[in-house]
Write a protein that binds this ligand. Structure first.
Ligand code: FAD
Length: 305
């Protein structure tokens, strides 16, 4: 099913999950691969509206991304493969898009990917698709039947030079064919709703799903914050300071924060919540068990093709 239709037909907030392919390829570790398939089986029981599968920048484990996306689709769940264009010549991009289109995917998340710190390919290749808009243009022109999603940044993208640049870019993406947005993770709902007010005031009409990440282990928090560039709220900063060596207590506190965050998003009428699962189903299950919109999650599987 097209994700734009899921949003337009949903009676409440759309709930989706993000997973990533294992770092080691299937032929390097079948164990990692099989373990992810089990996680997907568990996530599928929670009846998400769709599951998105990340794509490594510059093609890291791209085969894995496609295979995992297919596994999701074959379980009867709407599958959203991500695709990052940076570092590819246009012919390779067209060939990959053709492959996923021919495999029956209806949706694609069109991303640029992070700029390489030290490009290994010829400079010109890295410059072919400098922005996601370059990719969106190609998809809209050559694969008009895809339902295209784009990334959005409530706290601004690290490369943006002025406040509001990302909202202008959302408007351009929408004009070029993007039908929905998924946001970077964030922890501060007030900032998100201020951002949404600006998004709507600037004429962007597509649904926007709020990116929420349950922080499962204190070990990864610094890296997550560094990569995403988002701010950690005082409450989670304190939890990190006090329980850096106490994984159980930290997890309890951060999941409690996450439940309150998701409940608040639902109460304030968010279009959707996109949970960054970190390939762990238990935390997602615990959170969804405690949020107040169970009724909105009961999307019949028959609606999801
Ligand atoms: P862009 O939209 O190109 O934005 C990058 C910067 O350029 C921004 O500052 C923007 O304001 C500016 N910009 C955009 N278009 C233009 C334009 N036409 N002219 C001038 N400036 C412009 N990374 C992965 O490697 N794999 C993934 O699977 C993945 N999934 C993600 C999913 C989500 C929901 C999000 C939010 C991010 C994801 N990322 C992923 C990270 C993403 O690749 C990086 O944030 C990347 O640096 C930017 O990608 P983008 O598509 O937002 O790029």
């Amino acid at each position: 099913m097209k994700i734009s239709e899921i949003f337009s037909q949903s009676n409440g907030p759309v709930v989706s999950f993000e997973i990533f392919p294992p770092k080691r390829k299937k032929n390097q570790s079948k164990e990692d691969f099989d373990s992810l398939l089990k996680t997907i089986d568990n996530l599928a029981r929670l009846k998400p509206d769709f599951i998105s599968v990340t794509y490594g920048a510059g093609g890291t484990n791209s085969d894995g991304s496609l295979e995992i996306s297919e596994y999701v689709k074959n379980k009867g769940i709407t599958s959203l493969p991500h695709f990052t264009s940076i570092g590819y010549p246009v012919e390779e991009i067209n060939s990959y898009l053709g492959t996923i289109y021919n495999k029956g995917f209806e949706n694609i998340l069109a991303l640029r990917g992070d700029l390489p710190k030290s490009p290994s390919k010829a400079d010109l290749v890295w410059r072919d698709f400098l922005h996601a808009t370059d990719l969106i243009k190609v998809i809209s022109r050559d694969f008009p039947n895809f339902c295209i999603g784009g990334a959005a940044y409530p706290e601004g993208h690290q490369e943006s030079s002025y406040a509001g640049q990302d909202i202008e870019i959302m408007k351009i993406k929408e004009k070029m064919g993007v039908k929905f947005f998924l946001t970077q993770l964030f922890f501060n709902n007030d900032n998100f709703f201020k951002f949404m007010e600006n998004v709507r005031n600037n004429g962007v009409e597509s649904p926007v799903s709020a990116g929420v990440m349950p922080l499962i282990s204190p070990k990864y928090v610094d890296k997550i914050i560094e990569l995403s560039g988002v701010k950690l709220p005082k409450e989670l900063e304190n939890a990190l300071e006090n329980y850096r060596d106490d994984e159980v207590e930290f997890r309890k506190r951060s999941l409690d924060y996450c439940v309150r965050q998701v409940n608040d998003l639902f109460e304030r009428g968010v279009d959707g919540v996109h949970l960054y699962t970190m390939n762990r189903h238990e935390a997602v299950e615990e959170i969804l068990d405690q949020v107040d919109s169970n009724v909105n999650r009961e999307v019949e599987l028959s609606k999801q093709t």
